[in-house]
Design a binder for this molecule. Structure first.
Ligand code: LLP
Length: 455
């Protein structure tokens, strides 16, 4: 993995992080006290200062991942946009970071758009998504001048045309296409198959119909096609199939409508390593692969490569490994012949992914990071149901009450999917860089829990 700065000879103190170095944040290490650090910040001290549960992120790693996409495109394509998928993790600081790095932002609701606007994110670099955008969301998006709206259904095409006509505006759009491809990932996060609620199918002729209608809509400028096939994908062959399917559509549209799109958006989906045995192919490898296939197809169908703008919408691969969650161990229940439960002060309210997708995580004890992880435990949360587990049968140092337990790879779809179940206040988010900690989202309070109550 190109993004790893892992040199055990140079960093002999990284002993027990060695087998986790491509799962842990890029600037994770262990200090002489045996405490895990990120960007030279001691996580045990951080936990005692800010409390647990706590989301912690390696800021430089976020920038590094975004740049890895941009550098890879720079090597092989003239016109492109890397749009960070905000649903993976969004707050104002994240929007500013993406802006500073020159990226675009993919938002999938009026709420995500509101956060982007609060961060003064340039609206012309925002892509608006959603499979059932409300009238209000569409009006907001058009009014603030988002760069692209990805249209998902016929009703929306009509609604958006009416709104733009009413406002006397022309809105740039892409059409969300279902390429009929099934990547190898959890069924909940497959999105480009024929039995999907998203987009216009190719096989059933809807996609061609949508292209024709979009071209006929006076206030919509059809820029191109979009396909997002799913998430946490390791086998990139599915992207080959997607590009093939999109170009088959392009060929048809050229022949029947004389229309060649000038933009192709391949969505997100690049997988992250959650377990030490997982080695997802690199971002560079992914970009090279899609560029090769697209270049070939452009040649085959006489599409000028320099006139084709490529979009990509990575979420997980930017933020997942940069984030960890810190908890305090409150109880250890060793059930003879059954399992050992380690109860922590968070759970399914800050990480629903284990319950929802059978997600698996690596964990360790931050205050004894150099000790061997030779205990096998199940990390349970504090919520009122048995499905409230974070790590099932994970390796960890022998746990003790008061330990700071770290769950790795929690940067993507953890805070963004967090809830107040059992009226648990959501944790703060802290960014670490150059030995400094910066709170970017504060911890919720009981007052926050009551803030919407009017009765
Ligand atoms: N673009 C579109 C249109 C999407 O729907 C998504 C994710 C992305 C980009 C970013 O995909 P990524 O690069 O992050 O794979 N909650 C699930 C993941 C749902 C993904 C939804 N769409 C999870 O926790 O695994």
């Amino acid at each position: 993995m190109a993004h790893l700065e892992h040199d055990p000879n140079k960093r002999p103190d990284r002993l027990r992080l060695d087998d986790l170095s491509h799962v842990a944040p890029m600037h994770a290490s262990v200090n002489p006290s045996g405490h895990m650090t990120i960007a030279d910040v001691d996580l045990v001290e951080l936990a005692s200062e800010l409390g647990t549960a706590l989301y912690v992120m390696d800021e430089a790693a976020l920038r590094h991942q975004l740049r890895a996409y941009q550098d890879a495109f720079d090597q092989g394509w003239a016109d492109y946009a890397v749009a960070y998928a905000a649903k993976a993790f969004i707050c104002k600081a994240m929007c500013r970071l993406v802006d500073e790095e020159g990226g675009w932002l993919d938002v999938s609701s009026g709420g995500e758009l509101a956060i982007a606007l609060a961060a003064d994110f340039p609206t012309e670099r925002i892509i608006m998504h959603g499979n059932n955008k409300t009238e209000r969301e569409l009006v907001e998006a058009v009014t603030v001048g988002v760069g692209r709206i990805v249209v998902d259904c016929f009703e929306e095409l009509q609604r958006l045309q009416q709104i733009c006509e009413g406002q006397g505006l022309i809105q740039k759009i892409q059409l969300r296409i279902k390429p009929g491809v099934v990547p190898d990932t959890h069924s909940h996060i497959v999105t480009g198959n024929e039995d999907s609620k998203f987009g216009f199918g190719i096989a059933d002729g809807w996609a061609m119909q949508a292209v024709a209608l979009a071209l006929a809509a006076n206030n919509l400028e059809l820029c191109g096609l979009h396909a997002h096939i799913g998430s946490q994908i390791f086998n990139y062959a599915a992207y080959d199939d997607t590009v093939n399917a999109l170009f088959a559509l392009i060929q048809k549209s050229q022949a029947e409508l004389g229309y060649t799109p000038s933009e192709l958006n391949l969505g997100g989906g690049v997988g992250a390593a959650y377990l030490h045995e997982q080695e997802p192919p690199s971002i560079e490898g992914f970009v090279q692969l899609i560029l090769e296939v697209i270049a070939q197809k452009c040649d085959d169908f006489n599409v000028e490569k320099t006139a084709m703008r490529l979009f990509i919408e990575p979420g997980r691969s930017i933020v997942a490994n940069a984030g960890v969650t810190l908890y305090t161990v409150g109880a250890v229940k060793d059930l003879p012949g059954v399992r050992t439960y380690v109860a922590v002060d968070g759970g399914m309210s800050d990480n629903i992914r284990t319950a929802l997708y059978d997600a698996r995580y690596e964990c360790l004890i931050a205050n004894r990071a150099n000790d061997a992880r030779d205990a096998i435990v199940t990390v349970a949360g504090k919520h009122c149901e048995s499905g409230d587990v974070l790590v099932i049968d994970g390796s960890i140092q022998e746990p003790q009450v008061g330990d700071i337990l770290v769950v790795l790879t929690t940067g993507a779809y953890n805070q963004s999917m967090a809830s107040n179940y059992n009226k648990q206040p959501r944790p703060a988010v802290v960014w670490l860089a150059d030995g400094q900690a910066r709170e970017v989202v504060r911890r919720e309070t009981y007052e926050d829990l009551l803030a919407c109550e009017v009765g």
